[in-house]
Design a protein around this ligand. Sequence first.
Ligand SMILES: [Zn+2]
Length: 426
Amino acid sequence: MDLNTRIKLEIDSRRDELVALTQDLIRIPTLNPPGRHYREICDYLAERLARQGFKVELIRAHDAPGDSDTYPRWNLVARREGAAPGDCVHFNSHHDVVELGHGWTRDPFGGEIEGDRIYGRGACDMKGGLAASVIAAEAFIAACPDYRGAIEISATADEESGGYGGVAYLATKGYFAPERVQHVIIPEPLHKDQICLGHRGVWWAEIETHGRIAHGSMPFLGDSAIRHMSAVLTEMEETLYPLLASKRTEMPVIPEGARQSTLNVNAIHGGAPEQAPDFTGLPAPCVADRCRIVIDRRFLIEEQIDEVKSEITAMMERIRARRPGFSYEIRDLFEVQPTMTDRDAPVVRSTAAAIEAVLGREAAYVVSPGTYDQKHIDRIGRLKNCIAYGPGLLELAHQPDEWVGITDMADSAKVMALVLAELLAP
Ligand SMILES: [Zn+2]
């Protein structure tokens, strides 16, 4: 029997274990924010992987944003050396999950099973992918104990809040340095037949318009920052949005609507602070002396961040030139460069071949509209040979009644294990 057939049988024989592992992970409620039970989930995985011969390290991201003694940012890195020197293949999953929101009809931390589905917060994003990678590694080791190189599995904090207490911290400490790790797979829920090569870029900024406070019954004595902001929003509608819609990308971004530059206004606020929900009085009448918006600009690999920023400055200057009393400030909040791994990169080629071998169809190549931890591996770790590949449907992420398909998990575990065989078999 050839190695690939043995690997697939090893995974078939672990189907119940894959389900049980996924349920166990869902039952540890690693909610972020604020970052609960991180140590517990790392301990759980460390114990399991140590039994499989992995050397495990628990790493706390001291002083990372959000880290405190109440909510410490714990990460797990487990490494298992092979019988001979060779490449290291690393599976990185974030262990945090987002808040529940409303609308659940299942126990979000119960790991309930119905038919081919396991339900719960994090089922698809991304405890199902984490479980699939663990089973893939264990099955591969059983089928090919004399592999060369090394296998690494990490479970990291805070992806949902930027990854600074997780992958970014580990990358700073050298865990993704090219001499230590050569191939990275992030099992985010991009569907079992798709390879995600990267993501668009991000720029968040706050724009503030200035005014002058006065009595609301005599607005002509003040200067309304809200009316100035209204001029900004109108200019966006008339010139900026059409411009962004005309910028198309060669990146295979999904969904299709994100295959261009986009901008969202994430928030707007002007005038007096909003009152607490339990305050029953009326607001005071004042002309707003300031108004702020937070913009979320997603840009393409064909664009430079400097151009993206100067587009906004140019727009603001156009308004200033024709609008008396108009003054503003722009503050940078956050930025990430777009990234896209080459289709000829070894981890891409191996994963494409494995998808064909397991599913009998060609892999599709996609790019994510939003960012994920690949940004830190690329920028801080300087490692380009990285993709996202894992079971589950991206549309279910962060939704009520989130679920992951058991067959999808088993299939993608086979793909991951075949990638190990391709890259590490002697
Ligand atoms: Zn995720």
